[in-house]
Design a binder for this molecule. Structure first.
Ligand SMILES: [Zn+2]
Length: 131
């Protein structure tokens, strides 16, 4: 079933407002058609905008969508956010320019990104407990 873009945006806006009232961090939430090459996904950008694909919004119920948003909000609060962004830049650069990360950097990046995701999940639980 095709859900109009405006309906997806309204639903996202309402859930983001509910979360915003319970966190001390600025963010905006927007729906997009694609993130990189996928129609299913969510991410947070350096300007504190959280983007979620419209298709992802449409398959999630309100609680699931709140959980995704809370996870992305937690990334904004992460103490390792800058290092994680640098790690993602390393990965992107290596793919764009065709170079390989050394084994030590590869391990460090993998560990850092896992730590970042576990942190975001744990903080998302804390955020959702306040809502
Ligand atoms: Zn994440």
């Amino acid at each position: 079933m095709l859900i109009p873009a405006e309906a997806s945006k309204d639903r996202l806006r309402k859930i983001a407002d509910r979360l915003r009232a319970n966190v001390d961090i600025f963010f905006t939430a927007c729906s997009v058609e694609r993130i990189f090459d996928s129609e299913l996904g969510a991410c947070v950008y350096h300007d504190s905008s959280i983007c979620i694909t419209r298709r992802f919004i449409n398959i999630l119920d309100d609680d699931e969508l709140a959980a995704i948003l809370a996870h992305e909000i937690a990334h904004l609060q992460s103490p390792t956010r800058k290092e994680s962004i640098a790690a993602l830049a390393d990965i992107s650069s290596s793919q764009v320019f065709g170079w390989k990360l050394g084994p030590e950097r590869k391990r460090a990046v993998k560990k850092l990104l896992h730590t970042e995701e576990f942190y975001a999940d744990a903080m998302a639980v804390e955020i959702l407990q306040k809502v």
